[in-house]
Ligand binder design. Sequence first.
Ligand code: IYR
Length: 221
Amino acid sequence: MNEQAFPPLPRHSDEERIARARAAFERLSTRRTCRAFADTPVPREVIEYAIRTAGTAPSGANHQPWHFTAVSSPEIKRAIRLAAEEEEREFYATRASEEWLAALAPLGTDHDKPFLEIAPWLIVCFAQRKGGIEEDGKASNYYVTESVGIACGLLLASLQEAGLATLTHTPSPMGFLRDICGRPAHEKPLMIIVAGHPSPDATVTEHAMRKKPLEQISSWL
Ligand code: IYR
């Protein structure tokens, strides 16, 4: 097996490590889902680096079972908006259970998705159900949803670090994204990550501000 030495990590003191972990928390914890974007352009290089970062995520057997389609074309953004709104109209009118609608009520969402046209970038995230590292479309992939979920987390963190607002949008169902983006049948669209600058009148609901404290989300044994 070909191996090389583990890449060196910065040699911080424990105090520096704590300070850096805290600084990262302070930057990343300010992220809130944005639902109203400005049409201000964002350079393609920002999105390129964010996708490169996402592509470093750990994955099952290192198969890297993801594909990101970055959309800035107004025509394609419009096509995505129209198709998503058609599904969302059905979702809100008939598909969602009463319980689900009640859970969404504090978010104030509805079928209207203008941000899909207004935001400068839509990053459509696909999970490759098959293909292996060679993307041959045949080899098995493993822990696909987990792997792509981690990659999407890194993508969101990277966009936050770059000073952009983000939204994870999951039109349901979203098979139409495969057709619009021209992706193969073995790829499953998982989410659209919308990225850009917030519109000056963007707001965050109180519900979205509530984050569970450390004591609730962790146990220490
Ligand atoms: N996909 C719909 C509904 C929706 C569902 C959940 I769960 C959310 O956290 C937010 C929205 C929509 O985008 O409106």
